[in-house]
Design a protein around this ligand. Structure first.
Ligand code: GLU
Length: 470
């Protein structure tokens, strides 16, 4: 981690900047800011014939809504400061997108690439049983999800450990989200964060005031995009931008980065990396030796989608993008934020832009509690209803719609349709709520502060209305 500051302090700094625009009691503001409960554990796991002591965390930042919610990351860089900061970001993120959870985050300080799947399973299951013992997991208490270094596989292990230790608990499927669909997951969760990033940026690009201020033409089409990180979030974000007419001109990974001003085919690059082991030497693209070089290359929109602090005091002034979309959590240091805001670059902040993951996690949790797939009850009804409607219109007008038009009009919603439209609506609403708040407070210099203000107003109101337990 970058030693120039603490990550949690940086989040608090952003909070304080926005809190000045509120009228909440100082004590309420302090209560919102602090982490409610911090769990730091060490546990032994037998790896081969040796015993390894694993360090892990779970931080519940807020319990103003229950359960609290947030991912679990596996990375060598995981430390208490980072988990606290990420848990706090979850509180604000959930508030902005009106997802009724408090914020939490967990992490295990391991490099998952150094372990076999068998060992990772042992570590994940042991971590889960520690969370159960300490009451840091449960459908109504604390609900983990994937994050950097974890995915569906780890969530299935967590679910299985939890259900094994809670026999007969009818809602146990809702103890974790981001599960495989066959294990109670919801369709559309995997690509949700990337799709949410796309919806958020698209809405920003559809805003006349913002685009005029930046001197950019409206809309996503033709915009040049650079994405740093081809993991789950970056890959899907890049794909959605490309599918909607943007040009993905640069892509960056650990080993280096590539650039082609005429656009790169995201799937072809992904396959090339899979086959050759590197993103470099992709046909038609220029190689950059350092992966961070791509951040400074010419583009309209830069999407950092990997880890924190990649844009900092050293490189911020070289960034050419007019819009930075924070798909990762905390990719900019406060120094970078300051430099970029003075330069007039629009930073679309992580605390709402990457909320697609937790939004769809919310849909998954509700699905698990209702014990029914979205669309199951209404799909056939809607299709029959729409078929009748089309037939009456055809009869009345004496004209026939084409087969393609008919399929489009008749189609009843599947789970994926409902999840995606719910996500789209959430991201559009959140973007406009933040932009409106910014407009109403012209002294606010950047979108991050406006987003924090929206979050503090919601969490603060919730605390104020609940009152303080004597
Ligand atoms: N890890 C994701 C995040 O940082 C998702 C959290 C969740 O789904 O609970 O937002």
């Amino acid at each position: 981690m970058n030693p120039e500051y603490s990550f949690f302090e940086a989040v608090c700094k952003s909070f304080d900047k926005a809190a000045k625009f509120t009228k909440f009691d100082e004590g309420i503001l302090e209560q919102i800011k602090q982490c409610n409960s911090v769990l730091r554990i060490h546990f032994p796991v037998k790896i081969g014939d040796k015993v390894e002591v694993i360090k892990a965390y779970r931080v519940q930042h807020s319990n103003h809504k229950q359960p609290c919610k947030g991912g679990i990351r596996f990375s060598e860089m995981v430390n208490l400061d980072e988990v606290m900061a990420l848990a706090a970001l979850m509180t604000y993120k959930c508030a902005i997108v009106d997802v009724p959870f408090g914020g939490a985050k967990g992490g295990i300080t391991i490099d998952p690439k150094k372990y076999t799947p068998y060992d990772l399973e042992k570590i994940t299951r042991r971590y889960t049983s520690e969370l159960i013992k300490k009451k840091f997991i449960g459908p109504g208490q604390d609900v983990p999800a994937p994050d950097y270094g974890t995915g569906e596989r780890e969530m299935a292990w967590i679910l299985d450990t939890y259900t094994a230790m809670h026999p007969g608990e009818i809602d146990s499927l809702a103890c974790v989200t981001g599960k495989p669909v066959s294990q109670g997951g919801v369709r559309g969760r995997k690509e949700a964060t990337g799709l949410g990033v796309f919806f958020g940026i698209r809405e920003v690009c559809n805003n006349t005031d913002v685009m005029n201020r930046l001197g950019l033409p409206m809309g996503i089409e033709g915009k040049k995009i650079i994405v740093q990180g081809l993991g789950n979030v970056g890959y899907h974000a890049a794909k959605f931008f490309q599918e909607n007419g943007a040009l993905v001109v640069g892509l960056a990974e650990y080993e280096g980065s590539i650039y082609n001003e005429n656009g790169l085919d995201v799937d072809a690059v992904f396959q090339h990396r899979k086959a050759s082991g590197s993103i470099l030497n992709f046909p038609g693209a220029t190689n950059f030796n350092k992966n961070t070089d791509a951040l400074e290359a010419p583009c309209d929109i830069l999407i950092p989608a990997a880890l924190e602090n990649v844009i900092n005091g050293d490189n911020a002034s070289h960034i050419q993008a007019k819009i930075i979309g924070e798909a990762a959590n905390g990719p900019l240091t406060p120094e970078a934020d300051e430099i970029l805001s003075n330069k007039g670059t629009l930073v679309v902040p992580d605390i709402y832009l990457n909320a697609g993951g937790v939004t769809v996690s919310y849909f998954e949790w509700v699905k698990n509690l209702s014990h029914m797939r979205y669309g199951r009850v209404e799909k056939r009804f809607m299709e029959n209803h729409n078929t009748n409607l089309v037939s009456y219109i055809e009869e009345m007008t004496g004209k026939k719609v084409t087969e393609i038009q008919k399929n489009l009009l008749v189609h009843g919603p599947d789970e994926i349709d409902l999840v995606r439209s719910g996500l789209e609506d959430t991201m559009i609403k959140a973007t406009n709520e933040i932009l409106d708040c910014w407009k109403q407070n012209p002294e606010i210099k950047d979108m991050r502060t406006a987003a924090f203000l929206v979050a503090i107003n919601k969490v603060g109101t919730s605390y104020a209305e609940l009152g303080i337990f004597p």
